[in-house]
Design a protein around this ligand. Structure first.
Ligand code: NAD
Ligand code: IPM
Ligand code: MN
Length: 349
């Protein structure tokens, strides 16, 4: 029998609420199969910082690196919380994990499930994946500010784009498209960000030469937001940089039934480090502690994790249960735990 060592980082706000439901569904989906998840919990996030002053210690990082996968809820406090001003939970914890674990593919599928409450009147069939670069771009933190607080302040964030980093994520996107509908859309802003833009464009053109059966398209990011709303069915695989991918995937979530349904995987395809699975959404301080959060995104992140681990039958059980729940949920208002329990019951059925 196989043992999978899983780090669980519930985090802040609604993180622990949605992770609790995801863990229930994981247990149900693997009951009776010969895989067992051996979980280690890590108390990390804004709450931990306020208690101890730590964001992510070397020991935490080493312990997480020794796992096979990571499940994360959400981290971060209420935007603007003064006590967290110097904590930098997002950079010091979440991005540090993504960078240290070399999660160069941030995989964010968007599928409009039957019965999901999308805002579009005639969405058509919507089923695409955003392959968001996860270790470079403006997120690297190259930059700084001088003369802070004066009228002459200069604040810079440099976008880092390496040929190596762009090529590996672009290759992943084309390989994924080969297994899907064979269409790749590069989203960038090559008309303005000419240096990074031309690197991305050249690499997409090169890799495209090796995939003659994959149709390639290019959109500027602003135009891409139009089509995500007016014609989301035109997309199959979108490949894009770290910041554009962040913005597009909140929009994609809203278009396909709400951010409470949007799952993601931070993948290290080479298997050198554990991959990390988390909802696209954040800690939602506005609804935290009230059992109002939709745990579906966290539960679908379990399906992505099971798939990544090669446990495809277990993954399919979770996805089917979620699909059935979404098809039946209508406008019913349920607590976080009620949604989780209903999905567990469908996994067990
Ligand atoms: P958010 O995603 O937390 O919330 C945006 C809106 O979506 C809120 O109205 C919230 O109530 C709603 N929402 C989010 N998840 C929901 C769910 N599961 N069910 C129902 N409604 C849901 O974004 P924000 O307010 O910009 O960020 C809050 C904090 O979370 C910040 O500290 C931010 O940095 C952090 N954050 C963390 C992650 C992460 O850990 N991966 C991701 C995004 C934001
Ligand atoms: C996300 C979040 C993070 C990001 C933040 C919290 C660093 O918005 O996972 O989408 O920008 O990647
Ligand atoms: Mn985001």
């Amino acid at each position: 029998s196989r043992v999978v060592k899983l780090a669980v980082i519930p985090g802040d706000g609604i993180g622990p609420e949605v992770v609790a439901e995801a863990e229930k569904v994981l247990a149900a989906a693997t009951a009776g199969s010969d895989v067992r998840f051996e979980k280690t919990r890590f108390s990390l996030g804004a709450a931990r910082y306020l208690e101890t002053g730590d964001t992510l210690t070397d020991d935490d990082l080493a312990a997480i690196k020794a796992q096979e996968a990571v499940l994360l809820g959400a981290v971060g406090g209420k935007p603007g919380d003064e006590r967290l001003r110097d904590a930098n939970i997002e950079r010091g914890l979440l991005l540090k994990l993504r960078f240290e674990l070399d999660h160069y593919v941030n995989l964010r599928p968007s599928k409009l499930y039957a019965g999901a409450p999308g805002p579009l009147a005639h969405p058509g069939e919507v089923d695409f994946v955003v392959v968001r670069e996860g270790t470079e771009g403006p997120y690297v933190g190259n930059g700084g500010s001088i003369r802070r607080g004066t009228p002459h302040e200069v604040a810079n964030e440099t976008s880092v784009n390496t040929a190596f980093g762009v090529e590996r994520v672009v290759r992943y996107a084309f390989d994924l498209a080969e297994r899907r509908d064979k269409r790749v859309t590069l989203v960038h802003k090559t008309n303005v960000l000419v240096n990074a833009g031309s690197l991305w464009k050249r690499i997409v053109d090169e890799v495209s030469g090796e995939h003659p059966d994959v149709a390639v398209d290019y959109l500027h990011v602003d135009a891409a937001t139009i089509f995500l709303v007016t014609n989301p069915g035109r997309f199959d695989v979108i490949v894009t940089d770290n910041l554009f991918g962040d913005i597009l995937t909140d929009l994609a979530g809203a278009v396909t039934g709400g951010i409470g349904l949007a799952a993601s995987g931070n993948i290290n395809p080479d298997g050198d480090f554990p991959s990390m699975f988390e909802p696209v959404h954040g800690s939602a301080p506005d609804i935290a502690g009230q059992q109002k959060a939709d745990p579906t995104a966290a539960i679908l992140s379990i399906a992505l994790m099971l798939d990544h681990l090669g446990l495809t039958d277990e993954a399919a059980r979770v996805t089917r249960a979620v699909e059935a729940d979404i098809a039946a949920r209508g406008t019913s208002s349920r607590t976080t735990a009620q949604v989780g329990d209903a999905i567990v019951a469908r996994v067990q059925a």
